[in-house]
Design a protein around this ligand. Structure first.
Ligand code: PEP
Length: 251
């Protein structure tokens, strides 16, 4: 695994207005930390305003989605190239909310990953099982399928970085994270899938695996201290500066 700093990615979903996103971005920018690489992912509509206000800081910018074509007649979509142009370094791809509500398939996700990499963005690929899949004993199978279908055939040069976020769907927004030991075992399953797809030096140097799902200040340390876990993806607990600040301090 990559030996970079712990990465803390905050997904603001569609929960803030542009004015609120700007205010929160400034507060995050003023938060001093040497413990973590901070990435914030506001909505498309807030990206430019947030980018302006993050200028000159260590805090990095990510988008919550991108389209798989470089440009064209795709009304309502946003290209990876534009995201790069306005200062994004990261892009979340395949979040379970998009898989569920927008019917994103593994094929779409695969194409988005390729486009993001081609445009110089670091994809944050989200994978995770639903409660039903888990109850049927299909969790590992589902994860291996999601990782394989998203990444098989993707060229990952030594100049590229990818992040895989394991997010059990049933845990997101529930207020109850999974046992860190289970996250550790699951990250091992994902790690093995990566070894089955890519040369070992690429897996070790160019991929990071993180955990997401009800991470907060009380449990973040348990996740970031896991051996194969490079950081966390945080939703709800990143929306208020006091809470987010306490979470950062707990790493
Ligand atoms: C998410 O939506 O990616 C997420 C991790 O949300 P929460 O932290 O609120 O569970």
């Amino acid at each position: 695994m990559s030996t970079q700093n712990t990465i803390l990615i905050s997904n603001w979903k569609m929960k803030l207005s542009v004015a609120q996103a700007k205010k929160l971005a400034i507060a995050v920018k003023n938060k001093k930390t040497t413990q973590a690489e901070l990435v914030i992912c506001p909505t498309f509509a807030s990206l430019t305003e947030v980018a302006k206000n993050l200028a000159g800081s260590q805090v990095k910018l990510g988008a919550q989605n991108c389209f798989w074509e470089p440009s064209g007649a795709y009304t309502g979509e946003v290209s990876a190239k534009e995201l790069k142009e306005i200062g994004c370094e990261f892009v979340i791809i395949g979040h379970s909310e998009r898989r569920q509500y927008l019917k994103e398939t593994d094929e779409m996700i695969h194409r988005k990953i390729k486009m993001a990499l081609a445009c110089g963005l670091t994809p944050i690929l989200c994978v995770g099982e639903t409660f039903d899949q888990r109850q049927q004993g299909a969790k590992d199978y589902v994860l291996i399928q999601q990782v394989t279908q998203a990444l098989q055939g993707v060229e990952v040069g030594s100049d590229k970085q990818l992040i895989i976020a394991y997010e059990p769907v049933w845990v997101i927004g529930s207020g109850q994270a999974i046992d860190p030991l289970e996250a550790a075992n699951t990250h091992q399953v994902i790690y093995q899938s990566l070894f089955d797809l890519f040369p070992s030096d690429i897996v070790k140097n160019n991929f990071r695996i993180i955990y997401g799902g009800s991470v907060d200040q009380t449990n973040v340390a348990d996740f970031v201290s896991l051996e194969k876990t490079s950081g966390v993806l945080v939703g709800g607990a990143s929306l208020k500066i006091d809470e987010f600040s306490a979470l950062i301090d707990s790493i």
